[in-house]
Ligand binder design. Sequence first.
Ligand code: PLP
Length: 409
Amino acid sequence: MKNLVNKNNFPIFSGRFKKMVYLDSAATSQKPKEVIAAEKDWYENHNANIHRGAYKLAEEATELFENSRQKVADFISAPSAKSIVFTKGATESINLVAGAWARYNLKKGDTILLTEMEHHANIVPWQLLSKERGFKIKYWPISQAGELIMSNLDELFSGVKFLSLVHISNVLGTVNQIEKIISLAKKKGLVVLVDAAQSVVHLPINVVKMKADFLVFSAHKMLGPTGLGVLYIQPDLFNQMKPYQSGGEMISEVGFKSVKFKKVPWLLEAGTQPLAQVFALNKTIDYINKVGLKNIKEHSRSLTDYAYLKLSEIDGLTIHGPSAKKRLGLISFSTKIIHAHDLATLLDRKNIFIRAGHHCAMPLHEKLNVPATARISFGIYNTKEDVDKFIKELKSILKQWSQPIKKQF
Ligand SMILES: Cc1ncc(COP(=O)(O)O)c(C=O)c1O
């Protein structure tokens, strides 16, 4: 298995944490030099507020900001840059759809379909809105293997107006059959939101082929800056969008008693935007394109397959979710030998950083009947050696914890 990129291109791997094995990219990814440099470059060479200044620096800043919108649109094959709204993360993108679309376009008694494998970001906004507006929520069940049950979809979709589902589960790693699901949902007239927070860095995304109405992701999980997210909106829905937040920038005219709004996407971007971050996202996409999404996908596939094989050889360990070939980028597991939190703490002592807990998916853990799982997840900088080090230490901890405690007296 070849290394995909030079780890030294990610400064964090040559700084204080030189020796770390970072296996928590599903929480957030590390950043390449190019992305860090871009944020600095913005403040040193381009900083001015956008859409308002009449001077050169501000005009150029506006152009750079709107170029980034086009870059993101091209990255996910969106038909127009106007389909791209900047938010502060996948969480805010979902809240925006709840507050600026569902609030006005669904009626009391309408049913929203979520799946049992959603992140809290794709559950809680719908619970709150449903309480307020009298919508019903239905959950799409998963199988023992951690996949959406695909039989009887006609019945599942019947009476449903809106489906919001994850592309790759952040706990199970399951890659949902998104194109097939959306094509069936469209036949039943559903509007569909795809949570691509975990998939956008592992797979090429084509919103047109996918036929998504809304698609959300966060820049920070795809090697980009924190504090920035993306919402894609299918152009037919532009006219159904109402203001989300209000204030400066999203208006075309304000009087003491009246207001006229701008159109999508600017309607949905109130106030000063995360300018340096949007600029850095542009450079992140350049970086990803340079490495190549095809190569990234192959690299994620090799690491996932290899780690899955190694973990499945360990006695007393339960891997949650489907077989290696039906998942990508991450593996969660549990064992009766040691609690996930203790395991993560002991691995930390060896400079191996993994995630333990419910990973913002408590209902899913309830379904799996485990209080917590341990999760390893991969970025483009991970190597086979990272997996080997992790497996070696994991085995040693499990061996130690399996031994009976010696009598003291
Ligand atoms: C599947 C999924 N959806 C949504 C989110 C929320 O992303 P953010 O915290 O960047 O808004 C996450 C974060 O872990 C996630 O894994």
